[in-house]
Write a new protein. Structure first.
Lengths: 187, 390
């Protein structure tokens, strides 16, 4: 028997579009990222004040995760049974550069804890865990390119070994010139 | 069903205390600290207490590498540490079933600092590019995995290796973790007011914060039993968890870390009363140590002797979990628990058994924990057995 490929719920954000399971949730191809993501926040009625404190990378991850999880998709799962496996290629480079600029001049030296905290990519996972009460296994990988097979295999293995019962998996990358989020809900 | 056994077949530590596990262990047993006050404006505008690898020692050691100047400081340290374990485990790096996993929070972040710009191509600050350089140096056929998960990166990278080895995807995995003391991280932790202006004091009443440190820890994890050791150390189990509470502050209850400890014990088929020793994270910030004491109590491990290595080499970020695990393994091998340096009087709300004097006792099973920004926690269990009984 040839196994058929399982289709998992998926949200992708790129090039001014938010697509959930093939359907366009929000679109605005004209706006630069900060305005685009703010537009999505309003349109999708996220209503989560902490969102405004997040850096761009976290906002991108948060909106994608919200599209997959906001209708009670995690209901019935114990917090410690929900896993998260995420990756990207640029880690937190955009915020790293912003932070490095704030300390380059000794006469104009203003390191900010609110910026520094976003110089770790697993903060994205932390923000999602807080919002959706996720306390299970989680990991952030950095790789040169999106390796969907590897991340899928890793998440499926977490479920197979009983370390998680459901797993949010995917890729969230942000640079000054591009952004791409693609998240799946693996069951 | 009995899980595939995972053996630690070689290890290396590079820190201010030395360039081998042996050198580090001897200094720790002698209660020597590598944390010193550095008054060097090229690192930080004001004097800071940190554990730093001496430039001259690194330059001398790097003569053993091919074309060392092609590599950044952190890359040289990774290469030296991996080279040491490859030689002692006699690993075939060209084998298809050998993988490298790298743990780092900030990688070549010093290249982003103004003074270092233009020394290397700009993409070298990306962890994936750095990993490729390391892979190519050793002619390994597999794309390395990079774990970037704040201060639990080192423990979590071993958890990843465990998963892949149990699936029989690889026979040997080199897990290496490293980070530098950079102006980037120093100013960041200072902005959080998390740094101590004196040697750090984990779990002590007068603790005020961390000392940052730099270093590398590397282990070889293998599904093949080492032939020439009378006693073997195995990675029996591990787990991670999230507090789901705050991105930059630890849980107030310890429940997140407790979940990771409980899962790691279950994964190891161990009960809490079988654990002889706890190697903790113990950063010496007021909230972290308080949280850890609560998690230890929740796990019913309050009586078990515990320590933090931070007083000896500071907080080495992505390397911490690996270095501290290797030192914990030395404790198991030598039946010797080192004093938790900086600790004098208990300053956490729950009574825990912090080791005050370096002392001998029979040891078999150790639980090691880590916690970090983003609310992440991890725990791992190492066990010593006689080679015959396995």
């Amino acid at each position: 028997m040839i196994p058929t490929e399982t289709i998992y719920p998926c949200c992708e954000i790129k090039a001014g579009e938010i697509i959930l399971d093939g359907k366009v949730l929000y679109e605005n191809k004209e706006l630069p990222f900060p305005k685009f993501i703010k537009g999505a926040y309003k349109e999708l009625e996220l209503n989560y004040p902490k969102f405004h404190k997040m850096d761009r990378l976290c906002k991108l991850a948060f909106v994608a995760a919200n599209a997959l999880l906001n209708e009670g998709q995690l209901e019935g799962y114990a917090p410690s049974d929900i896993g998260v496996v995420m990756a990207n290629s640029n880690s937190t480079l955009h915020t790293d550069s912003k932070y490095a600029d704030s300390i380059k001049d000794r006469d104009n030296y203003f390191p900010s804890p609110a910026v520094f905290v976003y110089t770790l990519p697993n903060i994205m996972i932390g923000e999602i865990c807080i919002k959706y009460k996720i306390m299970g296994e989680s990991i952030f990988f950095v790789s040169n390119a999106f390796d969907k097979e590897m991340l899928l295999e890793y998440s499926q293995d977490m479920i197979k070994t009983g370390d998680a019962k459901i797993c949010l998996m995917g890729w969230v990358d942000y640079t000054d010139t591009d952004y791409h989020a693609i998240l799946y809900l693996i069951k | 069903m009995k899980q595939t056994s995972i053996y630690i077949t070689a290890d290396n530590i590079i820190s201010s205390l030395g360039f081998t596990t042996k050198a580090n262990w001897e200094n720790i047993v002698a209660e020597q600290t590598g944390v010193e006050c550095h008054d060097d404006t090229s690192i930080y505008p004001s004097p800071v207490w940190i554990s730093k690898i001496k430039e001259a020692t690194l330059n001398e050691a790097s003569k053993g590498l091919q074309n060392p100047t092609q590599y950044s400081k952190l890359e040289q340290l990774f290469l030296l540490s991996i080279k040491d374990v490859v030689e002692s485990a006699k690993l075939d790096m060209s084998a298809a079933d050998t993988l490298i996993i790298i743990a780092s929070t900030k990688g070549n972040i010093d290249l982003l600092e103004h003074k270092n710009q233009d020394k290397f191509p700009s993409n070298r600050v990306q962890l994936g590019t750095m990993a490729t350089e390391i892979q190519h140096y050793f002619n390994n056929p597999n794309t390395p995995l990079v774990v970037c998960n704040a201060c639990i990166s080192g423990v979590l990278a071993m958890d990843v290796a465990k998963r892949l080895l149990r699936k029989k995807k690889y026979k040997n995995i080199i897990v290496t973790g490293g980070d530098l003391v950079s102006e980037f991280t120093l100013s960041g932790f200072q902005s959080f007011k998390a740094m101590s202006d004196a040697p750090c004091k984990p779990y002590d009443k007068n603790r005020v914060g961390i000392n940052l440190g730099e270093g590398i820890g590397t282990v070889v994890l293998s599904t093949e039993k080492p032939a020439h050791q009378t006693e073997v150390i195995t990675l029996e189990g591990s787990a991670s968890s999230n507090d789901a509470n705050h991105i930059s502050g630890p849980s107030r209850t310890g429940d997140g870390l407790f979940i990771a400890m409980e899962k790691a014990l279950k994964d190891s088929a161990c009960t809490s009363d079988q654990i002889d020793y706890l190697s903790m994270h113990g950063t010496a910030t007021p909230y972290n140590d308080e949280m850890e004491s609560k998690a230890v109590a929740l796990a019913n491990l309050q009586k078990v002797p515990l320590n933090s290595l931070k007083g000896y080499i500071g907080h080495t970020l992505g390397a911490a979990g690996l270095i501290e695990s290797i030192v914990a393994i030395q404790s198991l091998r030598n039946n010797l628990l080192y004093r938790s340096l900086g600790f004098e009087e208990l300053g956490v709300p729950v009574s825990i058994n912090v080791i005050k004097e370096t002392s001998s006792m029979p040891l078999q099973k150790c639980l090691k924990t880590a916690s970090g920004f983003g609310g992440c926690n991890a725990a791992i269990v190492f066990v010593k057995s006689s080679n015959k009984t396995l």
